[in-house]
Design a protein around this ligand. Structure first.
Ligand code: NIG
Ligand code: FE
Length: 397
């Protein structure tokens, strides 16, 4: 049993749920008690140095396993090329697919480890990682094995998502139906049979998969009992979110172009809206997601880095909180909910995202006073200690 004293706890229960002058009891990797320090059980305690304690942060949308990089495309875009045009010309996602196919599993593991460790240093304790830069049976599985291995080697929970329907690989450019068939009937079931999958995603967009093609992927996922998520309405409004709602998706992600009917559909389905301000920022998008409508409807809003080599080479969830506030108008409390409670929901995780009895003891201790101290600076990390499953992965100095 471990007793922590001298902290303020952002429980995230019923909103921000602050308990001042708090103590926390942890046993067997779980929170056993949380409340006023004056009412805490007696015994030897660890001094939490007056820190603000939040749930360990959750990055619920990343593509952090990949080969190569796309700094060249960053330059091309600065010179006027647009994201969709680069993709149509065989760059974009396909450029990373070529590099990822060519990379060894060991090299992918090495480069992904650096990215993951950068995220974890900011109090992140759970990370979702997607495949989708393989687009063939072997390379999709290779990426997912790397993701699983990252989870086994780090003090973090890694959740994996199959994204074989990310774009059409060059060899199927003229035969989309055959590729969708390969995804649904071979790549996906094989990866699942190897225990590599927690969820299934697709990129529903004019430059990627149509609503009908996406539905085939969702049907295949459901047949295997896997939950679905969707990259939807990022660059245009195809109605992907409505389809995702019909399949009780955990989340719809990006959603800059989501309309009122789409908001209503995901609200009824209990689907989380995952905002990715990093991609909005890098692609210099003009249309922000419908935050006011999501709020007034009561749709849970999560935010994530979308860490990927093309649209969002963002390796910081704290910076993402800042961007969600500055670019999308979230409050710092909403941003914090977006990387804790609502991010857990977006991954279907019921054992984390709040500091309350029975939850997993994943905690971040910050040398700060309020959520604004996380969301307001850029490039400043006020972490004091990190606990993962009841053990300190970073101890107090
Ligand atoms: O979430 N939108 C599609 N997929 C990624 C981008 C992938 C890439 O450009 O490599 C995203 O933004
Ligand atoms: Fe993404």
């Amino acid at each position: 049993m471990m007793l922590l004293k001298n902290c303020n706890v952002a429980t995230m229960v019923g909103g921000y749920g602050l308990i001042k002058n708090a103590a926390i009891v942890i046993d067997h990797g779980q929170i056993q008690w949380v409340g006023q320090e004056s009412e805490a059980p007696s015994g030897p305690a660890i001094d939490a140095q007056g820190s603000l304690v939040t749930p360990g942060l959750i990055d619920c949308h990343t593509h952090l396993v990949y080969g190569g990089n796309r700094a060249n495309e960053f330059e091309q875009r600065l010179n006027g090329a647009d994201y969709a045009a680069i993709a149509k010309a065989g760059g974009g996602i396909m450029s990373t697919v070529r590099a990822t196919r060519a990379a060894s599993e060991a090299d992918l593991f090495k480069s992904a480890t650096k990215r993951l460790e950068t995220l974890l240093a900011e109090g992140v304790t759970t990370v979702e990682i997607k495949s989708g830069y393989g687009l063939d049976i072997q390379t999709e599985a290779k990426m997912l094995r790397v993701a699983r291995k990252l989870g086994a080697r780090h003090n973090a929970t890694i959740k994996t998502t199959f994204l074989g329907a990310h774009t059409f690989p060059a060899e199927f450019k003229e035969n989309h139906a055959e590729y969708v068939d390969l995804v649904c009937n071979q790549a996906l079931p094989l990866a699942h049979a190897q225990g590599l999958l927690d969820a299934v995603d697709a990129f529903c967009e004019g430059i990627a998969f149509s609503v009908e093609e996406t539905e085939q992927v969702f049907k295949a996922a459901k047949a295997l009992g896997l939950p679905v998520k969707l990259h939807a309405e990022q660059l245009s409004n195809l109605g992907g979110a409505k389809l995702a709602a019909q399949y009780a998706a955990l989340s719809v992600d990006h959603i800059e172009y989501l309309d009122a009917a789409g908001v209503e559909a995901i609200h009824s389905a209990g689907t989380v809206a995952v905002l990715l301000p990093g991609a909005f920022y890098y692609l210099r998008e003009k249309q922000a997601p419908p935050v006011a409508a999501l709020r007034s409807c009561g749709v849970p809003i999560a935010i994530a880095t979308d860490l990927n080599p093309g649209s969002s080479p963002v390796h910081s969830l704290l910076s993402t909180m800042n961007m969600a506030c500055v670019l999308f108008g979230l409050t710092p409390e909403e941003a914090l909910l977006g990387v804790t409670t609502n991010a857990a929901k977006a991954l279907g995780l019921k054992d984390r995202g709040q500091v309350k009895v029975g939850m997993r003891a994943d905690l971040a201790f910050w040398a700060i006073e309020r959520p604004g101290d996380l969301a307001y600076p850029l490039g400043f990390n006020p972490i004091a200690a990190i606990m993962q499953n009841g053990q300190f992965s970073k101890a107090f100095a």
